[in-house]
Design a protein around this ligand. Structure first.
Ligand SMILES: O=C(CO)[C@H](O)[C@H](O)COP(=O)(O)O
Ligand SMILES: [Fe+2]
Length: 223
């Protein structure tokens, strides 16, 4: 496995009234990137924030790698605004999209990396035809929409399938990931780890990030 471990905390359940402080704390605690959950109240039954907030956050935090997890019905609509907000990676759900390659192209042309996200009910084989256009595949381990939900262990079959077929692909897991579920993710082959509540709710976020990293690195170093 020729991939690197990266830990990207989700700010979803952090204090969103002070997003920049919450984000800085996560980066100072050892996060490799920030996972920003964008919800439109349509693709998922919840609302968070959009490109105006991401742009303000970017002004405060010029250097960190920003991934936006676009839980939106029309991902094509937000490519330019997110590129303008200097987002590094645009991860969108394939479920509401009829022409995935076209969106991948637009995201790349806008200067961002492409992440393809799959809801729990979406079969993993469907991404095979898009894999050459993707920098990363996100396997959701909860139904998207809310933080603090229970990790779905059966999603590890999808992660294992991806790792077996694409040894150098960046594979991200998101939803209910923390110290008690990280070993399952790591052993299945995930190398990009999103963790919300387990990190932002911890008294020592850096300790949690270390635990997540150790688990993934142990597996990567063995292979
Ligand atoms: O995309 C998401 C929810 O749709 C979040 O990134 C995810 O749920 C992170 O929070 P937690 O670790 O608390 O589950
Ligand atoms: Fe997310």
């Amino acid at each position: 496995m020729s991939v690197k471990c990266k830990i990207g905390p989700s700010v979803l359940n952090a204090d969103l009234s002070d997003l920049s402080e919450a984000s800085t704390k996560l980066l100072d605690s050892g996060a490799d990137y920030l996972h920003l959950d964008v919800m439109d109240g349509h693709f998922v039954p919840n609302l968070t924030f959009g490109h105006p907030v991401v742009k303000c956050l970017r002004n405060k935090i010029p250097k960190a790698f920003f991934e936006t997890h676009m839980m939106v019905s029309k991902p094509e609509q937000w490519i330019e605004p997110m590129a303008d907000a200097k987002v590094d990676q645009y991860t969108f759900h394939i479920e509401p999209v009829s022409d995935v390659p076209s969106i991948c192209r637009q995201v790349k042309e806008a200067g961002m990396k492409v992440g393809l996200a799959l809801k729990p009910g979406t079969g993993v084989e469907v991404v095979a035809k898009y894999i050459d256009m993707a920098d990363m595949v996100l396997i959701m381990t909860v139904e998207p929409g809310f933080g603090g939900q229970k990790f779905m262990t059966n999603m590890m079959d999808k992660v294992r399938w991806l790792r077996e077929n694409y040894p150098s692909l960046d594979i991200e897991v998101d939803g209910g990931v923390g110290p008690s579920t990280i070993d399952a993710c790591a052993q299945a082959g995930a190398n990009m780890i999103v963790s919300g509540t387990a990190v932002t709710g911890a008294t020592d976020p850096s300790q949690v990030i270390k635990t997540l990293r150790n688990s993934v690195e142990k597996v990567i170093n063995k292979s």
